[in-house]
Ligand binder design. Sequence first.
Ligand code: MCF
Ligand code: FE
Length: 405
Amino acid sequence: MFLISAEFILKCDDEFNILKNNAIAFDKNIIDYGDVKSMQKKYPNAEFIDCKKNSLLLPAFINPHTHLEFSANSYDLSYGDFLIWLNSVMKKRENLNEKAKEELILKNIRLMQESGTGTIGEISSFGSDLKACVKSSARIIFFNEILGVNKDLNESKKEDFLKRFHKSKEYENELFIPAVSLHSPYSLNLDLAKFAINFAKKNKTLVSTHFLESKHEKLWLNNTKSKFKSWLDKISKDSKPNFSEKSFLELFKAQRTLFTHCVFVDDFSNFDKNLHSISHCAFSNRLLSKNTLKLKKAIKSGLNIHLATDGLSSNISLSMLDELRANLLIHRDLDLKKLAKMLILMATQKPAKAINMNLGEIKKGFEADFAVFRIQECDKQDLVLNFILNAKKAEKLYIKGKKCL
Ligand code: MCF
Ligand code: FE
């Protein structure tokens, strides 16, 4: 058993309690916490890790949406409009995937850990990220992606998906959790989508999907003239939308699902508050979507909204700290200090609820996943905002009680 002390501990509970000069007793899980002296008395045999003054401990960040197979991108893709980006991805994706070798993916996972992230939701398009994800010390939810509009190819798409899923299943353990990703309503036909949902239900996995990321997608799903038609006609002749906004959402009834982007959602009441959540990728939306999530309205609806970085295919960093800072800049209709606290919860407690794991909070019985940062002297009322503004690198990272940094 260990005992770790810090000057400040962000519990990341609903009340946003901040503990001062407390210590946490933990093994794989959080056993107890309280003021340092009484904890040392209560657990005299625990190994003491003293983080001393000017330290801040918080639950490790959860980044539930990345595309590590696109990690080699830097000058390759075009931004400013979703279809322009998509064309560039289609042209470059094989090549980018080829360049994203195990070493590069491991390096990026390491960088994420160094920025305080403990859990990653990886969208795997090809399966070439499998080995690195298994090798790393991060907790990974490995979303095997399925997509395809051309019905003639359905059987081979299913076969390929099953092969990748079963391969990932061979490595399943406490820190590596296979799951399913249905790419999006514009890139799937009904048969493939139903197959994937039924498969996820049967195997009791988490599901992730991209939804209403661009105006083009919204127009397409609403059967209004859109540039998506000519784009999709290149893949499947005389294409028609396979879903409406509503019929796509109906697929995910009774299924725990993370919906990524949702920039063009107008009515959040169509989601299931208990099982559905939104992964908000602010930086990615700036590059591809010409719009951002209506955060205030989305939160007011009672739906669980959390943050994610998306991949390096539409971001310059996979650090949740950078993503927190990007969010501070764009949600100008929210009070800055209140927003800072909300955002910390959207990087810890909220994504934990979305993936239904005992993570993201300093709470007895929860997994011992936390990060420690060096801070500077600061008024308690300014602490959270100043932490977001300044933090770059975690000093320590524990995942399931194991020291990773
Ligand atoms: O989240 C971003 C933007 N929206 C959709 N897809 C992707 C993103 N980053 C990478 N992708 C991948 C996706 O997984 O790009 C491909 C898929 O394999 C697009 S193919 C329609
Ligand atoms: Fe994505």
